[in-house]
Design a protein around this ligand. Structure first.
Ligand code: KG4
Ligand code: ZN
Length: 344
């Protein structure tokens, strides 16, 4: 089974071809990060226009990567149908509709977060078996999930306000580091002195998996108002903030695993690119006998490969129909069903 995947939910245009026998056959990606950086966040209208401008060229590059058109024919075109920026999503959906007509195969609407959750499976050396507990941490979402099988995602808890990646991005702006903040904060934290700032760990002692990061962000703002923003202060604050976030995530990992009884914790989404988080969770996993799985660094942030993979996984288990393409800005993961299960 072979699926062409298209991702356009935010500021990355990604296309890929995934084969259930041979793995990832080709992948192309363009990030608009630099275009949005001056605005401190993604500008939706700009994102949609750039997807539209780039997608035909990226498609040609994708085909060029497939030796002698070995990647074709395909069995379906999978596109991100949500959640995300509506204008941006429509570009991918429209392109998918065109390709599905050209190849005479179905167009499959994929949930962006299901793509992130399955992304570690793109690495053929990693064995991911259901069930597992999932920490999904991206720029727009932060959730703890119990995943019993493909399409069955039970929410254990989530953020009450800012997503983890969003908090990194906002703190980075306060530190004059620009967008996206996560990698910049992590880089600065390497030079930080431990203990220079004492920040709160919100909801740490609440006996559930809910999280809150907006109070932490405000604590950063108040602490910075009292200092000169020297490079050392920036580094110290970056480390203090990163440590506070990681402490909260470790505590909630304990809660989530105690609740599910699973022996695997899979971490997905853009924040899973954090080396500091990887190290802390791996050390925690060793002492708690929990197998910790991260996606390969190349597929942590948004990409077409995870959408192609999610499409292929679904197509392996259910008959795809040639339905009308649609997109949804908001789409709770809990609304998904296992392939083949009725949606009512
Ligand atoms: O999954 P993703 O690419 O896009 C969304 O679907 O939101 O995640 C992007 C988020 C951004 O907020 C970015 O700051 C964060 O992931 N991120 C990181 C790191 N690398 C990316 N956060 C913390 N540390 C990192 N190294
Ligand atoms: Zn994402």
């Amino acid at each position: 089974m072979r699926v062409l995947g298209i991702e356009t939910s935010c500021d990355e245009t990604g296309l890929a071809v995934f084969d259930t026998e041979k793995g990832l056959l080709a992948q192309v990606l363009h990030s608009q990060m630099a275009d949005h950086a001056p605005y401190g966040g993604v500008v939706p209208e700009m994102a949609a226009r750039d997807h539209l401008r780039r997608i035909p060229h990226l498609y040609e590059q994708l085909l060029a990567q497939l030796p002698a058109r070995a990647g074709l024919p395909i069995d379906a075109v999978a596109y991100t149908a949500g959640p995300g920026l509506v204008g941006a999503l429509w570009i991918g959906a429209g392109f998918a509709r065109g390709l599905s007509k050209a190849y005479q195969v179905p167009a499959l609407g994929i949930h962006h977060l299901e793509g992130h959750i399955l992304a570690p499976m793109l690495d053929q050396n990693i064995d991911v078996t259901f069930p597992f507990t999932c920490l999904l941490v991206s720029g727009g979402h932060s959730q703890w999930l119990s995943v019993s099988e493909l399409g069955c995602y039970e929410t254990l808890g989530g953020t009450l306000d800012d997503a983890v990646g969003e908090a990194f991005d906002k703190v980075a702006v306060m530190l004059g580091m620009g967008y996206p903040g996560g990698p910049a904060v992590e880089q600065a934290a390497l030079q930080g002195k431990p203990g220079a700032f004492d920040l709160p760990r919100p909801l740490l002692h609440r006996p559930d998996c809910d999280m809150s990061f907006s109070g932490l962000k405000t604590a950063v703002r108040y602490a910075l108002e009292k200092c000169d923003l020297t490079p050392q202060v920036k580094a110290d604050m970056a480390l203090a903030f990163q440590d506070a976030v990681i402490d909260v995530l470790l505590k909630k990992a304990e809660r989530a695993i105690a609740h599910t009884g699973h022996t695997t914790l899979l971490v997905a989404g853009g924040v899973a690119a954090s080396q500091a988080l990887r190290q802390a969770l791996r050390a925690w996993g060793q002492t708690h006998s929990v197998n910790i799985i991260f996606p390969d660094m190349s597929v942590c942030t948004d990409n077409g490969a995870m959408i192609a993979l999610a499409g292929a996984k679904r197509l392996q288990h259910e008959q795809a129909h040639d339905s009308v393409v649609q997109v949804r800005a908001r789409w709770p993961l809990s609304e998904l069903r296992a392939p083949g299960a009725s949606n009512t």
